[in-house]
Design a protein around this ligand. Structure first.
Ligand SMILES: C[S@@+](CC[C@H](N)C(=O)[O-])C[C@H]1O[C@@H](n2cnc3c(N)ncnc32)[C@H](O)[C@@H]1O
Length: 232
């Protein structure tokens, strides 16, 4: 991996540490993320579509959540019958996650995912709004690591943003280069992060030669989501 990508990964971690107190505003469509009541209604509907798809899979057993953040999905995963390992690089988001989820069935691990050496295998692996932050140079290695830690017959479920201007922040500058974005916090501080938008068909195709069978789809406006399982 290039030094530039390593620097981006580190800046991305710093960004989310600093964004922790305001992260949920994005998910809840508040403040700079408020695009009006119609938009908020559609957003919630599509989030519920993804939540229902996750419920329908009925995850159980040993579960792993990567980049768990403030717990917006951890709280759903913690309700399933099993034990959950939740990984994130940011102490600040993990504190919020713990306070939100309050479950003895969740084990928290504070680690950079690109340096993490898992010590278990998992029946179910979830990550929300994380794949788009994996630099292209680390994509294959990331999925190879998942192949090593997913149990035979196990499932990966992910959700991420479709490339839609309104799924992001109102004052986010957009440039022609879609690999990185300059993100702005409420107080005006800026950070450069990785942002790679995936569409369902491209992700299915991209995973196939890596030994995964992808079954991804899109919600009407905002999200790409679905499962990947080992093809061999
Ligand atoms: C877009 S947020 C998603 C949070 C959560 N999954 C959700 O959907 O609400 C990305 C998360 O990735 C975490 N993160 C960023 N870089 C990371 C890294 N290299 N290793 C582990 N976590 C990282 C951030 O701290 C942040 O919580």
């Amino acid at each position: 991996m290039s030094d530039a990508d390593q620097a981006l990964i580190e800046e991305q971690i710093r960004y989310y540490r600093n964004r922790a107190p305001e992260y949920d505003e994005w998910f809840n469509r508040q403040g700079r993320h408020d695009h009006g009541p119609v938009h908020t209604h559609l957003w919630r509907q599509e989030i519920n579509e993804v939540r229902d798809a996750l419920d329908a899979l009925g995850p159980t057993g040993r579960m792993l959540e990567l980049a768990c953040g403030t717990g917006l999905w951890t709280c759903q995963l913690a309700r399933y019958d099993g034990v959950l390992t939740a990984v994130d690089a940011s102490r600040e988001v993990l504190l919020r996650n713990r306070a939100r989820v309050r479950s003895d069935a969740v084990r928290y691990v504070q680690r950079d995912i690109f340096r993490w050496e898992p010590d278990e295998i998992y029946d179910f692996i979830f990550f929300g709004f994380w794949l788009s932050h994996v630099p292209p140079s680390r994509f294959d290695a990331f999925w190879e690591r998942l192949r090593q830690v997913v149990a035979p017959g196990g499932t990966v479920f992910l959700v991420d943003n479709r490339d839609c201007r309104e799924s992001s922040t109102r004052n986010r500058p957009l440039d022609g280069d879609r690999m990185t974005e300059r993100r702005v916090l409420n107080d005006g501080r800026t950070f450069e992060i990785v942002k790679v938008f995936w569409d369902a068909a491209r992700l299915n195709r991209r995973l196939e030669p890596l030994g995964w069978r992808g079954d991804f789809r899109v919600s009407e406006h905002f999200f790409v989501y679905g499962t990947a399982s080992r093809a061999r």
